[in-house]
Design a binder for this molecule. Structure first.
Ligand code: SF4
Ligand code: SF4
Ligand code: FES
Length: 361
């Protein structure tokens, strides 16, 4: 009878493994398992709420809209950040290692209880850091500002953010440096930097470039791009901030971020690939072969010696590559350099925002 009911109602059995932790209890975190019955197209959030309703009312989870709008149900499902209300049970089961759907709190934020993290302590604090409101150009028009359509569509991508914290949860740079302003807040910063009505584009960019935990702290790992359920592409926004800061305002930052970028682009143009042994000295000592003789470069080279030795021992680097860099076939190098010529010969930088073209997926 039960089976017949399952077929009619289309429900299936799913096992949830929940990460439980109550810091106030003084006990260590533990895993808790519950079997629930729901249709496969129902969400992980509904499953957790069923477990809470039927088996253990003390399970902590935050939710509100249940429609991927409010951003409050961010968790990790099978190790990946996700909105619990926007993750179907069948998909979650398919992605589970042993058929058991594992749900745990987001990373990089302290746990308040079970699946609830302290967004105030990390996420919202960082959002506050970037002055998250428009500093309007003066005089404010009597009726309204008229802004170009493309400019508004461009910032609309960052306006799509629902502040769920999924990108923060998975940011590798934040894991190493919790002080990093982070993907969500920097995407928010772009929302105002890219807004033609804002009066402080230079000041905002200079602030974020000079901050040692600002735009140059991002390591291009793409985790925030993959994590975001709304296609905000935080890393893309950070790269835009960098390009406007260095390309349009010629801001030279105290973190060597601009010098590092200049050195990397020069090396790729000259060798077709990065020349790792030249990158550090040029980033600190100046973008030429002589950069390595600058005292600042010497200090950094000494500091990176253990990494270089590890690379040599593991065969990732060879003495020949350290001295002469990578060699790629001459026609490939020519093709790389032709791209540079084409890009550099443009009268002005051309930003292709795939979100505007509707192709961000
Ligand atoms: S790309 Fe940058 S901001 Fe995004 S997760 Fe990686 S380090 Fe963090
Ligand atoms: S950028 Fe995306 S992942 Fe990050 S908080 Fe906003 S919606 Fe969530
Ligand atoms: S409950 Fe609102 S986004 Fe999931």
């Amino acid at each position: 009878m039960a089976e017949a009911h399952d077929r009619e109602g289309g429900t299936q059995s799913f096992t949830l493994r929940l990460r439980r932790y109550d810091p106030e209890s003084g006990n260590a975190p533990y895993w808790d398992e519950h079997k629930i019955e729901l249709e496969p197209h129902r969400s992980v959030l509904e499953a957790v709420l069923q477990a809470k309703d039927r088996f253990d009312g003390s399970i902590g989870i935050r939710c509100s809209c249940r429609q991927a709008i409010c951003g409050s149900c961010g968790v990790r499902v099978n190790g990946e950040p996700a909105l619990a209300c926007h993750t179907h049970l069948d998909a979650a089961k398919a992605g589970a290692r042993d058929g058991v759907i594992e749900i745990e709190p987001m990373g990089n934020m302290p746990v308040i209880k079970d699946l609830i993290v302290d967004m105030d302590a990390v996420h919202w604090k960082k959002i506050q850091r970037v002055t998250p409101w428009l500093l309007a150009k003066q005089p404010v028009p009597e009726r309204e500002y008229i802004v170009p359509k493309d400019a508004m569509v461009d910032v609309t991508q960052t306006m799509a953010c629902i502040q769920c914290g999924a990108c923060v949860s998975d940011c590798l740079a934040m894991e190493v440096d919790p002080g990093f302003i982070g993907p969500a807040a920097l995407a928010k910063a772009y929302r105002f930097v890219g807004d033609p009505r804002d009066a402080e584009q230079y000041e905002r960019l200079n602030d974020l470039a000079q901050d040692p935990q600002g735009i140059f702290d991002c390591t291009h790992c793409f985790k925030c791009v993959e994590a975001c359920p709304k296609g905000v592409n935080p890393m893309g926004q950070i790269m835009r901030l960098r390009r406007i800061a260095t390309g349009d305002h010629h801001i030279v930052d105290q973190n060597n971020g601009k010098r590092h970028e200049d050195a990397l682009t020069t090396l790729v143009r000259d060798y077709g690939l990065n020349h790792e042994a030249e990158l550090v000295p040029r980033s600190y000592g100046g973008n030429s072969w002589f950069g390595k003789f600058h005292p600042a470069a010497g200090k950094e080279m000494l500091a990176s010696l253990p990494t270089a030795i590890k690379g040599l021992l593991r065969g990732k680097m060879t003495p020949a590559k350290i001295l002469f860099g990578h060699k790629i076939p001459a026609q490939d190098l020519k093709a790389v350099q032709a791209i540079y010529d084409k890009v550099e010969s443009r009268p002005e930088r051309y930003e292709l925002n795939l979100y505007i073209a509707g192709e961000d997926e």
